[in-house]
Design a protein around this ligand. Structure first.
Ligand code: PRP
Length: 218
């Protein structure tokens, strides 16, 4: 069986729904309980739920053969994995955001709050701007409101969080979507099984077939 790390939450629900539609369903995952691993030996898959930001760690270390995670995680942590397919789900944008009236004063170091210090650092380095990175773990939008930072670098999906906190997108840096990733050794030794999943998903996505998202218990 191949081990598949699914990110807990909506992205995991959508990923599982795609996997099931591509022929890798696992009825046990639909049961309402607190179990974290589910398998369907007939289809050769074992799924398990992990924290979204941990998927690439499980895959990199081979505890999972494949998994699904956002491009933001791949760019921030640069895990040593293969990126096999853009699933076209979990779409959002990595943005610089700040107050409506923000204007950058070039004679001052810009204070940037973010959960993504590498992405933010790389972006500002690419435009030659000196910054002071303030590494936070969540609720980033509060930093400019309280004067902890001038701007933030964060994920924007619907834009609701920014709007409701009187912040605006100042610059879109990177488009994000979910990617199918593989452990490098698994890709060599379980190539046919992994390729079958990849090809099944690619065919489904290219067909444009609408896949209903199953809401799962986490
Ligand atoms: C993410 C992100 C934004 C929000 C964007 O936070 O960091 O805060 O979602 O989504 P929106 O544009 O649809 O409003 P998350 O929900 O992961 O919570 P966190 O701030 O605790 O990390």
């Amino acid at each position: 069986m191949i081990n598949v790390a699914l990110p807990k939450g909506r992205l995991g629900d959508r990923t599982y729904s795609l996997m099931a539609a591509a022929g890798f369903d696992c009825p046990a995952i639909l049961e309402k309980n607190r179990k974290l691993t589910f398998e369907n030996p007939e289809k050769g898959v074992r799924y398990f739920w992990v924290k979204p930001s941990d998927v690439s760690i499980y895959v990199e270390r081979g505890a999972a053969d494949i998994g699904v995670c956002g491009r933001d995680i791949l760019l921030e942590y640069r895990p040593n994995v293969y990126e096999l397919l853009d699933l076209g789900i979990g779409k959002c944008r990595m943005c610089v955001a700040g107050p409506k009236d923000f204007s950058d004063q070039m004679d001052r170091t810009l204070r940037v709050a973010t959960k993504f210090p590498n992405i933010a650092g790389n972006y500002y380095e690419s435009i030659g701007r000196d910054i002071d990175i303030i590494h936070l773990n969540g609720s980033i939008e509060i930093a400019p409101i309280l004067g902890l930072s001038d701007v933030i670098v964060d994920i924007v999906e619907t834009g609701n969080t920014l709007r409701e906190n009187d912040l605006v997108v100042l610059k879109e840096i990177i488009p994000i979507s979910a990617r199918l990733i593989s452990n490098k050794v698994s890709f060599q030794f379980r190539h046919d099984e992994i390729q079958a999943v990849r090809d099944g998903l690619e065919k489904l996505i290219k067909s444009g077939e609408k896949v209903e998202t199953v809401s799962l218990q986490h």
